[in-house]
Structure formats: structure tokens, C-alpha cells
Design a protein around this ligand. Structure first.
Ligand SMILES: Cc1cc2nc3c(=O)[nH]c(=O)nc-3n(C[C@H](O)[C@H](O)[C@H](O)COP(=O)(O)OP(=O)(O)OC[C@H]3O[C@@H](n4cnc5c(N)ncnc54)[C@H](O)[C@@H]3O)c2cc1C
Ligand code: FES
Ligand code: FES
Length: 500
């Protein structure tokens, strides 16, 4: 069967509570949460916001990656059921022990008084269970940072977080409950398909190609179909905007899109690599510059599901990855049946919500230059996120600066902002003004003024136009303070969140 040809619909199959579940008639955009609560009557998992923000719906999904089982938290309220095909689902119901005793995660929550009204509790328990599984074999309990990160997507309105954090520490001190990875791996192997899934319901089809070849064909055959990756933007088009997506092409099974390679000073990240894995890889090369952005990008369940390709393809003017990718000179790789196109990322954005992606194309990868020594030249790079909360918040302004210095002379400058224009945009005039100048306070001050020639930001619910311009200028000032040749300030002197 050729991708794109009309076929008999195949059922969605996933593993849940010891058996293979088969679904034949659910609409394509039925969420995992709706299916759990309304069809399977497993009501332990709750719905709070239906937009990935509160964590009440947190579940764990298991899948095979290179023959190994990976278990990650996701928000079931924004994930469509057909994307679960070939995977395993774990909910709070799975924690029930054969002898009716509580799982150590639950027991610790009881002992530490981690629950009051209890609405958020199943979500917290699943995030803690995922952390518990990652502790397997470690003698030390999780650190405070690991706990905070694991819980970054869970909100509690009545208990407060201290007892829950204590439960996260306590759970590892209780008698251990082992998890059978081998049985899960065997069950998942049984579920793998040798042909792509084409699931049709209500006259709409969910295509899940497994290879680049299949993806190219199905994209050419159904150019109007909605591309779906991690669903952390698209999911909300359905749950909040009630949009009908029509046919869907799901990228989550395309093995080639999940590959990362490093060659000739460039890190290439496949468009289907999760945000968490992508940021982990890039932070190995830019730890000081990008670790805070990694940690502050949404929450762990969103980063587990969402992809770097989706962030870039969505092209939101307030997306967090584009400014730093553009400042580093990253390229975007687009692919269709007729070949590849590669362009600087900044050229991909044409206007508000309008990109250069053609009807038969998809984003294949991002190519990110790695730090290099270039004779007497050195590049200073920083990115900053301004939002109302530390994590799980969209930026009001996101800035990235990269300047190449030879001695104290600016030889090259790349500056990009999110939240300052209709697209993620470079500050062309400011960059021109900086080139050839001495990197001193006077240069920095006039560059701050020049930013007003590059941008005319809007006022919206996140920030006013005046605020945005002011903080953009101040962030350039901060960048200079951190990178000036004489007495550069350490992170602890300029960053309210610094732990150093
Ligand atoms: C609670 C919450 C918090 C968030 N916080 C942040 C944040 O802090 N910073 C931030 O920048 N974003 C944030 N987001 C937005 C979102 O998580 C990111 O934009 C994410 O990277 C989208 O990736 P995805 O794989 O989920 O894309 P999807 O939702 O699947 O797709 C997004 C768009 O990209 C298209 N698309 C996806 N992949 C491709 C491809 N390979 N080729 C062509 N088109 C493609 C889709 O058709 C769609 O138009 C948040 C979202 C939520 C729900
Ligand atoms: S219901 Fe709030 S994150 Fe899903
Ligand atoms: S216990 Fe009530 S919201 Fe957390």
C-alpha cells in the first residue's frame, strides 16, 4: 500500500494495564484524557486547564527507542489518542499494588501530608513516579533541582509545595517497588507495525509514517493535512479553539527525524527530537549560555512531548528557541519529495504566522554551529528569557546576543529577539552599528538607542510596548556587563535566578 492511497482503516493499539487496547472509532483529535475518563472510565486522571498548564492530567507514556524502553510524563489533555499507537500508557490506576498496599510514591505523599483537596494529586503522583523510576539503582535520593524539574508542570492550589517536595525525598527511603522493564519491552515489541498506521474515523485520516520516504509520499499526497509533532501547540487548537484539523500527518514515528549528529562543528538535530533531548544536546556545548533556557522552557512534560522542529515550524513571535538559534547562525533544513532546501533560520519567517514552508515540505532538521576557536577571535553568546514566572510561562521578551570580538573590536554581531515583532527577528540596524566598534560602554549605549530603530513592539496581555522596548535595551546592557573586557560581571551579579 502506497502512503496517501485510500486504505481500510486500521485500529489504534496501545498497551494499558496489562492488555492491548484497541480503538476503532474515536475521532482523530479525541484526547488521551477524554478516552481515559469517558470511554475507559479510568477517572483517576483529572482535567484542570485542558491546555498543558496545570499537570492535573499528567500520565506516563512508555515507548521503544533504539530497542530500549523510555518512560516520560506528558499532559494527556493535549495529546490525541492515535498518537498513542504502539506505545504504553500508565496512569495513577497502575500504581495499585497486588496486595492493595500503596506504592511508595503514594505512601510518601500520605506520610508527608502532600494532599488536601486531592485534585492535583494524581498528576503529582505520576510526575513523582516517573522520577522514582529514574532513580532506579541510585543510592542517593533525588536532588532538590531534580525534584523541582520533575514537578515543574504540576500546580497545587491548596497544599503548597513543601510537603510534596518532602514526599519526593521520602519515597526513595521506603521499601522499593521494582518496575519490570523487560515485560514492557516485550509487550511494546509486539505492538510495533511493519506498515505505517492509517487510521480513519469520521472521514478523516491519521497517517503515522515510520520513515522519511513514507513521510515525503504522504505529505505530497495530502498537502492539506495538518502536520502533528509533539502536539503542544496543535493540541490547544482543538481543546481551546475547537478547530477541526481534517487529516493529520503525525511525525512521532519517523525514526530519521529523531536523529542527532555532530559533524564539522555543526550539531544537526532532527525535527522530531523532543525539546528535552534537543536542549540536553545543545547544552553540552553551551552549558553556561543555554541551561537556564532549557530549564525554563515550559515544563518537563511539555518538553518531553514537544519538539524543537515544532517550536521552529510554529514560528510563534514569542517562541523561546528561535532567538538563540538565529543568534548562533543556525540553518533550517526543509525536505520534500523533490529534495532538500537549507536556509538561515531567520529567512524562514516571512510575516506573522507565515513561514516559507511549501505545501509539500516539512522541517527535517536544524543545523546549529558549535563553539569554535577562530584565531584571535572569540564569540560571546547569551540568551535571556523574561516571563512572569520561572518555569511554565511564555516569554514577554526573549533576547539572544552573539558578538565576535577581535581584541576589543566587534567583528561580527548577531542579535535576535522574540516578543518584539510579528516574527522572531534580527536587529539588523543595531548589528550594523556595532560592527567595527570598540566593545565599550559608549558603543553599548548607542546600540541600546538603535534598538528602537529595529523594533516597534506591540502591547498585549503579557507586556506593554514601552516595557518591551525598555527591557530589550536593558538586556543588551546586561549582555555588555557580562561580556565587557574589563571586569565582566558573573551570572550571580546580573541574574535574579542565579544559584552561584
Ligand atoms: C503549557 C505550555 C507551555 C509552553 N511553554 C513554552 C515556552 O516556554 N516556550 C516556547 O517557546 N513555547 C512554549 N510552548 C509552546 C510549544 O510547547 C512549543 O512551540 C513546542 O516546541 C511545539 O512543538 P510540538 O512538537 O509540540 O509542535 P506541534 O504542536 O505538534 O506543532 C506546532 C506547529 O508546527 C508544525 N510542525 C511541527 N513539526 C513540524 C515539522 N517537522 N515540519 C513542518 N511543520 C511542523 C505543526 O503543523 C504546527 O503548525 C508551550 C506550550 C504549552 C502547552
Ligand atoms: S488538564 Fe491542565 S495540564 Fe492537562
Ligand atoms: S491538593 Fe488541592 S490543588 Fe493540590
Amino acid at each position: 500500500m502506497e502512503p496517501g492511497q485510500t486504505s481500510m482503516s486500521e485500529p489504534i493499539r496501545f498497551y494499558y494495564r496489562g492488555t492491548v487496547q484497541t480503538v476503532t472509532d474515536a475521532p482523530l483529535t479525541r484526547t488521551i484524557l477524554q478516552h481515559l475518563r469517558e470511554s475507559m472510565h479510568c477517572t483517576g486522571t483529572k482535567e484542570g486547564c485542558a491546555e498543558g498548564d496545570c499537570g492535573a492530567c499528567t500520565v506516563v507514556v512508555g515507548e521503544l527507542r533504539d530497542g530500549k524502553v523510555e518512560l516520560n510524563t506528558i499532559n494527556s489533555c493535549i495529546q490525541f489518542l492515535p498518537a498513542l499507537d504502539g506505545k504504553a500508557l500508565f496512569t495513577v490506576e497502575d500504581l495499585k499494588q497486588a496486595d492493595e498496599s500503596l506504592h511508595p510514591v503514594q505512601q510518601a505523599m500520605v506520610e508527608c501530608h502532600g494532599s488536601q483537596c486531592g485534585f492535583c494529586t494524581p498528576g503529582f503522583v505520576m510526575s513523582l513516579w516517573s522520577l522514582y523510576l529514574r532513580q532506579d539503582g541510585k543510592t542517593e535520593p533525588p536532588t532538590r533541582d531534580e525534584i523541582n524539574d520533575a514537578l515543574s508542570g504540576n500546580l497545587c492550589r491548596c497544599t503548597g509545595y513543601r510537603p510534596i517536595i518532602e514526599a519526593a525525598q521520602r519515597m526513595c527511603t521506603l521499601p522499593q517497588v521494582a518496575f519490570d522493564h523487560q515485560s514492557l519491552s516485550d509487550a511494546l515489541s509486539e505492538l510495533q507495525r511493519d506498515q505505517m498506521l492509517s487510521y480513519t474515523a469520521h472521514s478523516q485520516t491519521f497517517h503515522a509514517p515510520r520513515t522519511l520516504e513514507e513521510l515525503m509520499k504522504v505529505r505530497a499526497a495530502t498537502p492539506a493535512a495538518c502536520i502533528l509533532a509533539g502536539s503542544t501547540d496543535v493540541g490547544l487548537w482543538v481543546t481551546k479553539q475547537m478547530r477541526d484539523l481534517g487529516d493529520i500527518i503525525y511525525l512521532g514515528q519517523v525514526a530519521e527525524l529523531k536523529v542527532m549528529t555532530e559533524q564539522s562543528g555543526v550539531l544537526e538535530i532532527g525535527a522530531g527530537v523532543s525539546l528535552n533531548d534537543a536542549y540536553a544536546a545543545v547544552c553540552r556545548h553551551y552549558p553556561a549560555e543555554l541551561s537556564e533556557m532549557w530549564q525554563r522552557f515550559a515544563s518537563l512534560p511539555i518538553r518531553n512531548a514537544g519538539t524543537l522542529g515544532g517550536n521552529v515550524a510554529n514560528g510563534s513571535p514569542i517562541g523561546d528557541s528561535m532567538p538563540w538559534l538565529i543568534a548562533l547562525g543556525a540553518e533550517i533544513v526543509l525536505r520534500s519529495g523533490t529534495g532538500q532546501r537549507v536556509m538561515p533560520l531567520e529567512n524562514f519567517y516571512l510575516d506573522y504566522q507565515k513561514t516559507d514552508l511549501r505545501a509539500d515540505e516539512f522541517v527535517e532538521a536544524l543545523r546549529i554551529p558549535l563553539p569554535r576557536t577562530d584565531g584571535s577571535r572569540r564569540t560571546c553568546f547569551r540568551t535571556y528569557k523574561l516571563a512572569k514566572r520561572f518555569d511554565q510561562d511564555i516569554s514577554a521578551v526573549c533576547a539572544a546576543f552573539a558578538i565576535t570580538l577581535e581584541g576589543d573590536i566587534v567583528r561580527d554581531a548577531r542579535i535576535a529577539f522574540g516578543g518584539m515583532a510579528a516574527i522572531p527577528k534580527r536587529a539588523g540596524k543595531t548589528e550594523m552599528q556595532l560592527k567595527g566598534q570598540t566593545w565599550n560602554e559608549a558603543t553599548m549605549t548607542s546600540a541600546m538607542t538603535m534598538l528602537a530603530q529595529d523594533y516597534a513592539p506591540l502591547s498585549d496581555m503579557r507586556a506593554s510596548s514601552g516595557y518591551r522596548m525598555k527591557v530589550a535595551q536593558n538586556l543588551l546592557h546586561r549582555f555588555w556587563l557580562e561580556t565587557r573586557l574589563a571586569a565582566p560581571l558573573p551570572d550571580s551579579a546580573v541574574n535574579a535566578f542565579s544559584c552561584n
